[in-house]
Design a protein around this ligand. Structure first.
Ligand SMILES: [Zn+2]
Length: 71
């Protein structure tokens, strides 16, 4: 990358792009670490977080998938 002006502007206090955690279902953002009410499920080696709202409904489908995965 070559900037024309040459002045770097990444010295901001909160300019670092943190890994924003969002619900994998409804996309609800979570500030900071995932709340304890959220559910973390690993699918294909990828961590997916679901908010307390979605985890409720997703719990059924997750267990359902696990069952069907055995077939
Ligand atoms: Zn959600």
């Amino acid at each position: 990358m070559t900037s024309l002006s040459g002045d770097s502007d990444h010295g901001g206090p909160s300019a670092e792009p943190q890994h924003s955690l969002v619900c994998a279902r409804c996309g609800a953002p979570a500030d900071g670490p995932p709340p304890t009410t959220w559910t973390c499920s690993v699918e294909n080696g990828v961590r997916q977080y679901f908010c307390d709202r979605c985890s409720r409904e997703n719990l059924r489908s997750i267990e359902g998938r696990l069952d069907s995965a055995w077939w």
